[in-house]
Design a protein around this ligand. Structure first.
Ligand code: FE2
Ligand code: FE2
Length: 472
Protein backbone atom coordinates (compact mmCIF):
# COMPACT_ATOMS: atom_id res chain seq x y z
CA UNK A 1 0.00 0.00 0.00
CA UNK A 2 2.41 2.73 -1.14
CA UNK A 3 1.72 6.13 0.28
CA UNK A 4 0.17 4.70 3.42
CA UNK A 5 3.19 5.49 5.52
CA UNK A 6 2.53 9.15 6.34
CA UNK A 7 2.80 11.16 9.54
CA UNK A 8 -0.99 11.50 9.49
CA UNK A 9 -1.63 7.74 9.35
CA UNK A 10 1.26 6.81 11.62
CA UNK A 11 1.64 9.48 14.29
CA UNK A 12 5.29 9.58 15.31
CA UNK A 13 8.15 11.63 16.64
CA UNK A 14 10.89 9.77 14.76
CA UNK A 15 10.85 11.94 11.66
CA UNK A 16 9.21 9.18 9.66
CA UNK A 17 8.35 11.44 6.71
CA UNK A 18 12.03 12.00 5.94
CA UNK A 19 13.32 8.52 6.81
CA UNK A 20 13.08 6.66 3.50
CA UNK A 21 14.62 3.45 4.83
CA UNK A 22 12.13 3.18 7.68
CA UNK A 23 9.26 4.07 5.35
CA UNK A 24 10.22 1.27 2.96
CA UNK A 25 10.49 -1.28 5.77
CA UNK A 26 7.14 -0.23 7.25
CA UNK A 27 5.40 -0.23 3.87
CA UNK A 28 5.99 -3.98 3.76
CA UNK A 29 5.44 -4.69 7.43
CA UNK A 30 2.33 -2.58 8.04
CA UNK A 31 -0.02 -4.60 5.75
CA UNK A 32 1.27 -7.82 7.35
CA UNK A 33 0.53 -6.31 10.76
CA UNK A 34 -3.05 -5.51 9.71
CA UNK A 35 -3.48 -9.06 8.38
CA UNK A 36 -2.22 -10.36 11.70
CA UNK A 37 -4.62 -8.05 13.58
CA UNK A 38 -7.55 -9.27 11.48
CA UNK A 39 -6.64 -12.92 12.00
CA UNK A 40 -5.37 -12.88 15.60
CA UNK A 41 -6.68 -9.65 17.13
CA UNK A 42 -9.97 -9.37 19.04
CA UNK A 43 -12.64 -11.62 17.57
CA UNK A 44 -15.67 -9.56 16.59
CA UNK A 45 -16.22 -5.83 17.12
CA UNK A 46 -13.76 -4.88 14.38
CA UNK A 47 -16.48 -2.82 12.71
CA UNK A 48 -17.71 -1.20 15.91
CA UNK A 49 -16.66 2.20 17.17
CA UNK A 50 -14.75 2.00 20.43
CA UNK A 51 -13.90 4.92 22.72
CA UNK A 52 -10.12 4.62 22.53
CA UNK A 53 -7.09 6.54 23.62
CA UNK A 54 -4.57 7.19 20.88
CA UNK A 55 -1.09 8.58 21.35
CA UNK A 56 -0.62 11.30 18.76
CA UNK A 57 2.35 13.11 20.28
CA UNK A 58 4.56 12.87 23.34
CA UNK A 59 3.45 16.25 24.72
CA UNK A 60 1.34 15.99 27.86
CA UNK A 61 -1.83 16.97 25.99
CA UNK A 62 -1.15 14.75 22.98
CA UNK A 63 -0.30 11.33 24.20
CA UNK A 64 -3.82 10.61 25.38
CA UNK A 65 -6.27 11.62 22.67
CA UNK A 66 -9.76 10.05 23.18
CA UNK A 67 -12.23 9.36 20.42
CA UNK A 68 -14.59 6.72 19.04
CA UNK A 69 -12.65 4.72 16.42
CA UNK A 70 -12.89 1.34 14.72
CA UNK A 71 -9.99 -0.84 15.82
CA UNK A 72 -8.57 -1.59 12.35
CA UNK A 73 -8.44 2.18 11.81
CA UNK A 74 -6.56 2.76 15.05
CA UNK A 75 -3.50 4.91 14.42
CA UNK A 76 -0.67 2.80 15.77
CA UNK A 77 2.15 5.28 16.17
CA UNK A 78 5.85 5.34 16.97
CA UNK A 79 6.91 7.40 19.96
CA UNK A 80 10.08 7.78 21.96
CA UNK A 81 10.52 10.01 24.97
CA UNK A 82 12.33 13.16 23.79
CA UNK A 83 16.09 12.85 23.73
CA UNK A 84 17.91 13.97 26.83
CA UNK A 85 20.95 16.10 25.95
CA UNK A 86 24.28 14.45 26.69
CA UNK A 87 22.73 11.47 28.43
CA UNK A 88 25.32 9.19 30.04
CA UNK A 89 25.22 5.45 30.63
CA UNK A 90 24.14 5.03 34.23
CA UNK A 91 25.53 1.65 35.32
CA UNK A 92 27.76 -1.30 34.51
CA UNK A 93 31.21 -1.31 32.92
CA UNK A 94 30.45 1.71 30.69
CA UNK A 95 28.99 3.92 33.42
CA UNK A 96 29.71 7.58 32.73
CA UNK A 97 30.30 7.13 28.98
CA UNK A 98 27.97 8.83 26.50
CA UNK A 99 24.80 6.81 25.81
CA UNK A 100 24.84 5.01 22.43
CA UNK A 101 22.73 6.41 19.60
CA UNK A 102 23.54 3.40 17.40
CA UNK A 103 23.97 -0.25 18.29
CA UNK A 104 27.50 -1.05 19.52
CA UNK A 105 28.76 -3.99 17.43
CA UNK A 106 29.86 -6.06 20.42
CA UNK A 107 26.36 -5.94 21.94
CA UNK A 108 24.34 -6.27 18.77
CA UNK A 109 23.20 -9.87 19.33
CA UNK A 110 22.46 -9.28 22.98
CA UNK A 111 20.35 -6.21 22.22
CA UNK A 112 18.49 -7.87 19.39
CA UNK A 113 17.63 -10.81 21.63
CA UNK A 114 16.31 -8.54 24.38
CA UNK A 115 14.21 -6.47 21.95
CA UNK A 116 12.79 -9.57 20.25
CA UNK A 117 11.91 -11.22 23.58
CA UNK A 118 10.18 -8.09 24.84
CA UNK A 119 8.51 -7.42 21.48
CA UNK A 120 7.16 -10.96 21.23
CA UNK A 121 5.11 -10.60 24.43
CA UNK A 122 3.11 -7.70 22.95
CA UNK A 123 1.27 -9.52 20.12
CA UNK A 124 1.23 -12.67 22.28
CA UNK A 125 -1.03 -11.03 24.85
CA UNK A 126 -3.41 -9.80 22.13
CA UNK A 127 -3.67 -13.39 20.88
CA UNK A 128 -4.23 -14.75 24.38
CA UNK A 129 -7.09 -12.30 24.96
CA UNK A 130 -8.75 -12.47 21.56
CA UNK A 131 -11.95 -14.24 22.63
CA UNK A 132 -12.69 -12.18 25.74
CA UNK A 133 -14.82 -9.69 23.84
CA UNK A 134 -17.55 -12.32 23.69
CA UNK A 135 -18.08 -12.27 27.46
CA UNK A 136 -17.25 -8.83 28.86
CA UNK A 137 -19.16 -7.88 32.04
CA UNK A 138 -19.94 -4.36 30.73
CA UNK A 139 -19.29 -2.00 27.83
CA UNK A 140 -16.80 -0.18 30.05
CA UNK A 141 -14.79 -3.38 30.52
CA UNK A 142 -15.11 -4.29 26.86
CA UNK A 143 -13.60 -0.93 25.98
CA UNK A 144 -10.75 -1.42 28.46
CA UNK A 145 -9.95 -4.80 26.92
CA UNK A 146 -9.72 -3.27 23.47
CA UNK A 147 -7.65 -0.35 24.79
CA UNK A 148 -5.14 -2.79 26.22
CA UNK A 149 -5.16 -4.76 22.96
CA UNK A 150 -4.52 -1.81 20.63
CA UNK A 151 -1.76 -0.51 22.90
CA UNK A 152 -0.05 -3.90 23.01
CA UNK A 153 -0.23 -3.64 19.22
CA UNK A 154 1.48 -0.26 19.47
CA UNK A 155 4.15 -1.72 21.72
CA UNK A 156 4.85 -4.23 18.99
CA UNK A 157 5.23 -1.28 16.61
CA UNK A 158 7.65 0.32 19.07
CA UNK A 159 9.89 -2.75 19.12
CA UNK A 160 9.60 -3.23 15.37
CA UNK A 161 10.70 0.37 14.89
CA UNK A 162 13.92 -0.44 16.76
CA UNK A 163 14.48 -3.61 14.74
CA UNK A 164 13.84 -1.85 11.42
CA UNK A 165 15.90 1.21 12.22
CA UNK A 166 18.94 -0.27 13.93
CA UNK A 167 19.34 -3.93 12.96
CA UNK A 168 19.31 -3.99 9.17
CA UNK A 169 18.22 -7.15 7.44
CA UNK A 170 18.12 -9.46 10.42
CA UNK A 171 16.04 -6.83 12.21
CA UNK A 172 13.51 -6.89 9.37
CA UNK A 173 13.40 -10.68 9.52
CA UNK A 174 12.85 -10.64 13.26
CA UNK A 175 10.04 -8.09 12.76
CA UNK A 176 8.38 -10.43 10.26
CA UNK A 177 8.72 -13.38 12.65
CA UNK A 178 6.83 -11.44 15.33
CA UNK A 179 3.76 -11.77 13.13
CA UNK A 180 4.41 -15.46 12.43
CA UNK A 181 4.61 -16.96 15.92
CA UNK A 182 1.29 -17.71 17.63
CA UNK A 183 0.44 -17.92 21.32
CA UNK A 184 -0.05 -21.55 22.33
CA UNK A 185 0.90 -22.92 18.90
CA UNK A 186 2.68 -26.30 19.13
CA UNK A 187 5.07 -25.62 16.22
CA UNK A 188 5.64 -21.91 16.50
CA UNK A 189 4.79 -20.73 20.03
CA UNK A 190 5.49 -17.35 21.56
CA UNK A 191 8.93 -17.15 23.19
CA UNK A 192 7.97 -17.02 26.90
CA UNK A 193 5.87 -19.73 28.55
CA UNK A 194 3.32 -17.57 30.34
CA UNK A 195 2.41 -15.93 27.03
CA UNK A 196 1.23 -19.28 25.71
CA UNK A 197 -1.35 -19.75 28.49
CA UNK A 198 -4.86 -19.08 27.19
CA UNK A 199 -6.83 -16.34 28.93
CA UNK A 200 -10.39 -17.48 28.57
CA UNK A 201 -12.18 -15.82 31.45
CA UNK A 202 -12.21 -12.28 32.82
CA UNK A 203 -10.82 -13.14 36.24
CA UNK A 204 -7.76 -14.45 34.40
CA UNK A 205 -7.68 -11.30 32.27
CA UNK A 206 -7.70 -9.03 35.32
CA UNK A 207 -5.04 -11.17 37.01
CA UNK A 208 -2.97 -11.06 33.82
CA UNK A 209 -3.13 -7.28 33.56
CA UNK A 210 -2.42 -6.95 37.29
CA UNK A 211 0.48 -9.39 37.48
CA UNK A 212 1.82 -10.10 33.99
CA UNK A 213 1.59 -6.55 32.69
CA UNK A 214 3.37 -5.55 35.89
CA UNK A 215 6.23 -7.85 34.95
CA UNK A 216 6.20 -5.82 31.73
CA UNK A 217 6.48 -2.63 33.77
CA UNK A 218 9.58 -3.93 35.53
CA UNK A 219 11.20 -5.25 32.36
CA UNK A 220 10.51 -1.99 30.53
CA UNK A 221 11.77 0.06 33.46
CA UNK A 222 15.02 -1.95 33.51
CA UNK A 223 15.40 -1.36 29.75
CA UNK A 224 14.47 2.31 30.18
CA UNK A 225 17.88 2.56 31.92
CA UNK A 226 19.65 1.13 28.88
CA UNK A 227 22.81 2.67 27.51
CA UNK A 228 21.30 2.13 24.04
CA UNK A 229 19.42 5.41 24.03
CA UNK A 230 16.68 4.66 21.45
CA UNK A 231 15.68 1.57 23.47
CA UNK A 232 15.64 3.54 26.72
CA UNK A 233 13.48 6.29 25.22
CA UNK A 234 11.09 3.80 23.58
CA UNK A 235 10.57 1.93 26.84
CA UNK A 236 9.99 5.14 28.79
CA UNK A 237 7.11 6.05 26.54
CA UNK A 238 5.65 2.52 26.67
CA UNK A 239 5.57 2.74 30.46
CA UNK A 240 3.10 5.62 30.31
CA UNK A 241 0.63 3.32 28.52
CA UNK A 242 1.43 0.29 30.66
CA UNK A 243 0.12 2.10 33.74
CA UNK A 244 -3.43 1.90 32.38
CA UNK A 245 -3.13 -1.86 31.76
CA UNK A 246 -2.21 -2.43 35.39
CA UNK A 247 -5.01 -0.10 36.48
CA UNK A 248 -7.44 -2.30 34.55
CA UNK A 249 -6.17 -5.42 36.36
CA UNK A 250 -5.83 -3.91 39.80
CA UNK A 251 -9.29 -2.30 39.81
CA UNK A 252 -10.82 -5.29 38.00
CA UNK A 253 -9.83 -7.73 40.75
CA UNK A 254 -10.81 -5.14 43.35
CA UNK A 255 -14.30 -4.85 41.85
CA UNK A 256 -14.71 -8.64 41.87
CA UNK A 257 -13.72 -8.68 45.54
CA UNK A 258 -16.08 -5.78 46.23
CA UNK A 259 -18.94 -7.73 44.68
CA UNK A 260 -18.12 -10.72 46.87
CA UNK A 261 -18.13 -8.39 49.89
CA UNK A 262 -21.55 -7.02 48.94
CA UNK A 263 -23.11 -10.47 48.71
CA UNK A 264 -21.28 -11.79 51.78
CA UNK A 265 -22.47 -8.91 53.95
CA UNK A 266 -25.95 -8.38 52.50
CA UNK A 267 -27.11 -11.89 51.63
CA UNK A 268 -24.57 -14.02 53.47
CA UNK A 269 -21.53 -16.06 52.50
CA UNK A 270 -23.68 -19.08 51.58
CA UNK A 271 -25.39 -17.04 48.86
CA UNK A 272 -22.25 -16.13 46.92
CA UNK A 273 -22.74 -18.73 44.21
CA UNK A 274 -26.49 -18.42 43.90
CA UNK A 275 -26.07 -14.64 43.50
CA UNK A 276 -23.59 -15.25 40.71
CA UNK A 277 -20.56 -13.78 42.51
CA UNK A 278 -17.10 -15.38 42.69
CA UNK A 279 -16.06 -16.98 46.00
CA UNK A 280 -13.05 -15.32 47.58
CA UNK A 281 -11.10 -18.60 47.77
CA UNK A 282 -11.33 -18.95 43.99
CA UNK A 283 -10.06 -15.37 43.59
CA UNK A 284 -7.16 -16.25 45.91
CA UNK A 285 -6.29 -19.32 43.82
CA UNK A 286 -6.24 -17.28 40.62
CA UNK A 287 -3.99 -14.75 42.35
CA UNK A 288 -1.64 -17.58 43.38
CA UNK A 289 -1.57 -18.93 39.84
CA UNK A 290 -0.99 -15.70 37.94
CA UNK A 291 1.43 -14.22 40.45
CA UNK A 292 3.63 -17.33 40.38
CA UNK A 293 3.53 -17.60 36.56
CA UNK A 294 4.49 -13.94 36.30
CA UNK A 295 7.36 -14.38 38.76
CA UNK A 296 8.79 -16.95 36.34
CA UNK A 297 9.06 -14.29 33.63
CA UNK A 298 12.02 -12.67 35.38
CA UNK A 299 14.19 -15.69 34.57
CA UNK A 300 16.68 -17.66 36.67
CA UNK A 301 17.71 -16.50 40.16
CA UNK A 302 21.38 -16.88 39.35
CA UNK A 303 21.93 -15.68 35.83
CA UNK A 304 25.12 -15.01 33.91
CA UNK A 305 23.01 -13.46 31.13
CA UNK A 306 21.58 -10.96 33.60
CA UNK A 307 25.12 -10.21 34.81
CA UNK A 308 26.26 -9.68 31.19
CA UNK A 309 23.34 -7.36 30.41
CA UNK A 310 24.12 -5.29 33.47
CA UNK A 311 27.88 -5.21 32.81
CA UNK A 312 27.22 -4.13 29.22
CA UNK A 313 25.02 -1.26 30.35
CA UNK A 314 22.05 -2.66 28.44
CA UNK A 315 19.63 -3.61 31.20
CA UNK A 316 19.77 -1.86 34.56
CA UNK A 317 17.83 -2.08 37.77
CA UNK A 318 14.41 -0.57 38.45
CA UNK A 319 15.10 3.16 38.93
CA UNK A 320 18.86 2.68 38.78
CA UNK A 321 19.52 6.24 39.95
CA UNK A 322 17.99 5.41 43.35
CA UNK A 323 20.92 3.05 44.01
CA UNK A 324 24.00 4.57 45.64
CA UNK A 325 26.45 2.49 43.63
CA UNK A 326 26.14 1.58 39.94
CA UNK A 327 28.83 -0.99 39.21
CA UNK A 328 27.25 -3.68 41.44
CA UNK A 329 30.72 -5.13 41.81
CA UNK A 330 32.00 -6.33 45.16
CA UNK A 331 28.48 -6.67 46.52
CA UNK A 332 26.44 -9.79 47.19
CA UNK A 333 22.83 -10.94 47.22
CA UNK A 334 21.57 -13.45 49.77
CA UNK A 335 19.70 -16.08 47.83
CA UNK A 336 17.45 -18.83 49.17
CA UNK A 337 18.37 -22.26 47.89
CA UNK A 338 16.91 -25.68 48.53
CA UNK A 339 18.79 -28.84 49.41
CA UNK A 340 17.47 -31.56 47.11
CA UNK A 341 17.77 -34.45 49.55
CA UNK A 342 16.62 -32.87 52.83
CA UNK A 343 14.27 -30.30 51.17
CA UNK A 344 15.68 -27.73 53.60
CA UNK A 345 15.91 -24.11 52.54
CA UNK A 346 19.28 -22.47 53.17
CA UNK A 347 20.85 -19.19 52.09
CA UNK A 348 23.91 -18.50 50.03
CA UNK A 349 25.57 -15.23 49.06
CA UNK A 350 26.09 -14.79 45.34
CA UNK A 351 27.70 -11.91 43.40
CA UNK A 352 25.13 -9.13 43.03
CA UNK A 353 25.51 -8.90 39.25
CA UNK A 354 24.44 -12.54 38.93
CA UNK A 355 21.34 -11.81 41.01
CA UNK A 356 19.96 -8.98 38.87
CA UNK A 357 16.84 -10.98 37.93
CA UNK A 358 16.20 -11.54 41.61
CA UNK A 359 16.70 -7.87 42.47
CA UNK A 360 14.13 -6.93 39.82
CA UNK A 361 11.78 -9.70 41.01
CA UNK A 362 11.97 -8.45 44.63
CA UNK A 363 10.89 -4.98 43.51
CA UNK A 364 8.10 -6.49 41.45
CA UNK A 365 6.82 -8.50 44.38
CA UNK A 366 6.73 -5.41 46.60
CA UNK A 367 4.79 -3.56 43.89
CA UNK A 368 2.27 -6.43 43.64
CA UNK A 369 1.89 -6.30 47.41
CA UNK A 370 0.73 -2.67 47.19
CA UNK A 371 -2.12 -3.79 44.92
CA UNK A 372 -3.04 -6.61 47.29
CA UNK A 373 -3.12 -4.11 50.15
CA UNK A 374 -5.60 -2.00 48.18
CA UNK A 375 -7.82 -5.08 47.76
CA UNK A 376 -7.57 -5.81 51.47
CA UNK A 377 -8.73 -2.28 52.22
CA UNK A 378 -11.92 -3.13 50.35
CA UNK A 379 -12.41 -6.22 52.54
CA UNK A 380 -11.72 -4.15 55.66
CA UNK A 381 -14.14 -1.43 54.57
CA UNK A 382 -16.94 -4.02 54.55
CA UNK A 383 -15.89 -5.07 58.06
CA UNK A 384 -14.83 -8.51 56.83
CA UNK A 385 -11.90 -10.45 58.26
CA UNK A 386 -10.79 -12.32 55.17
CA UNK A 387 -7.65 -11.10 53.40
CA UNK A 388 -5.96 -11.82 50.07
CA UNK A 389 -2.31 -12.82 50.36
CA UNK A 390 0.56 -13.16 47.91
CA UNK A 391 2.27 -16.54 47.95
CA UNK A 392 5.95 -16.91 48.79
CA UNK A 393 8.34 -16.36 45.86
CA UNK A 394 9.16 -20.10 45.80
CA UNK A 395 5.55 -21.23 45.40
CA UNK A 396 4.54 -22.97 42.13
CA UNK A 397 7.57 -21.95 40.11
CA UNK A 398 8.27 -23.52 36.74
CA UNK A 399 11.58 -21.79 36.03
CA UNK A 400 14.73 -21.44 38.11
CA UNK A 401 16.02 -22.87 41.37
CA UNK A 402 12.65 -23.69 42.89
CA UNK A 403 11.12 -25.43 39.91
CA UNK A 404 10.96 -29.17 40.42
CA UNK A 405 10.32 -28.66 44.14
CA UNK A 406 7.08 -27.97 45.94
CA UNK A 407 6.34 -25.22 48.42
CA UNK A 408 3.20 -24.20 50.26
CA UNK A 409 2.06 -20.58 49.73
CA UNK A 410 3.86 -19.68 52.98
CA UNK A 411 7.14 -21.04 51.57
CA UNK A 412 7.26 -24.32 53.49
CA UNK A 413 8.94 -27.01 51.38
CA UNK A 414 6.96 -30.22 50.90
CA UNK A 415 7.32 -33.57 49.18
CA UNK A 416 5.32 -34.67 46.14
CA UNK A 417 2.68 -36.52 48.15
CA UNK A 418 1.99 -33.57 50.45
CA UNK A 419 1.78 -31.25 47.47
CA UNK A 420 -0.59 -33.51 45.55
CA UNK A 421 -2.82 -33.80 48.60
CA UNK A 422 -3.10 -30.04 49.06
CA UNK A 423 -2.54 -28.27 45.76
CA UNK A 424 -6.26 -27.99 45.02
CA UNK A 425 -6.53 -25.64 48.01
CA UNK A 426 -4.00 -23.31 46.44
CA UNK A 427 -4.41 -23.43 42.67
CA UNK A 428 -7.58 -23.24 40.54
CA UNK A 429 -9.10 -26.67 39.95
CA UNK A 430 -11.03 -27.58 36.83
CA UNK A 431 -14.19 -27.17 38.88
CA UNK A 432 -13.16 -23.63 39.90
CA UNK A 433 -12.42 -22.75 36.30
CA UNK A 434 -15.74 -24.23 35.18
CA UNK A 435 -17.58 -22.18 37.77
CA UNK A 436 -15.87 -18.95 36.69
CA UNK A 437 -16.52 -19.89 33.07
CA UNK A 438 -20.22 -20.43 33.83
CA UNK A 439 -20.46 -16.75 34.81
CA UNK A 440 -18.90 -15.50 31.60
CA UNK A 441 -21.93 -14.07 29.81
CA UNK A 442 -21.77 -10.79 27.95
CA UNK A 443 -23.51 -7.81 29.52
CA UNK A 444 -23.69 -5.22 26.77
CA UNK A 445 -26.57 -3.01 27.78
CA UNK A 446 -25.37 0.54 28.39
CA UNK A 447 -24.98 1.13 32.14
CA UNK A 448 -25.56 -2.54 33.08
CA UNK A 449 -23.05 -4.87 34.74
CA UNK A 450 -22.67 -8.63 35.20
CA UNK A 451 -23.49 -10.31 38.53
CA UNK A 452 -19.92 -11.18 39.49
CA UNK A 453 -18.31 -7.72 39.51
CA UNK A 454 -19.07 -4.27 40.98
CA UNK A 455 -19.21 -1.27 38.65
CA UNK A 456 -16.14 1.00 38.53
CA UNK A 457 -16.02 4.06 40.70
CA UNK A 458 -15.35 6.29 37.69
CA UNK A 459 -15.64 6.04 33.94
CA UNK A 460 -12.94 6.70 31.34
CA UNK A 461 -11.65 10.22 30.73
CA UNK A 462 -14.45 11.88 32.69
CA UNK A 463 -17.25 9.90 31.02
CA UNK A 464 -19.87 8.18 33.20
CA UNK A 465 -20.07 4.39 33.60
CA UNK A 466 -23.19 4.26 31.40
CA UNK A 467 -21.44 5.94 28.44
CA UNK A 468 -21.47 4.23 25.02
CA UNK A 469 -17.86 3.03 25.29
CA UNK A 470 -18.48 0.57 22.47
CA UNK A 471 -21.15 1.40 19.89
CA UNK A 472 -22.89 -1.86 19.05
FE1 FE2 B 1 2.94 -3.87 26.35
FE1 FE2 C 1 0.56 -4.04 28.77
Amino acid sequence: MPGFITDERIPNNVDLSSDKRLQRALEKWQPAFLDWWTEMGPEGFQGNEVFLRTAISVESGGWAHFDHVRMPEYRWGIFLEPREKERKIGFGDHAGEAAWQTVPGEYRNMLRRIIVTQGDTEPASVEQQRLLGKTAPSLYDLRNLFQVNVEEGRHLWAMVYLLHSFFGRDGREEADDMLERRSGDADSPRILGTFNEPIDDWLSFFCFTMFTDRDGKYQLAALAESGFDPLARTCRFMLTEEAHHMFVGDTGVNRIIERWCQVATEQGRDKVRSEGAIPLDIIQKYVNFWFSCSMDLFGGEQSSNAADYFAAGIKGRFKEDKFAEHSALGDVYTLQKIDASSLKVYTEEIPLRNAMNEVLRDGYKADCMKGVNRWNKTLAKFGLEERITLPDHKFHRQIGLYSGFHFAPDGTPMDDAAWEAQKDKWLPTQEDRDYVQSLMKPCYEQGKIASWIAPPRKGINGRPFDFDYVRL
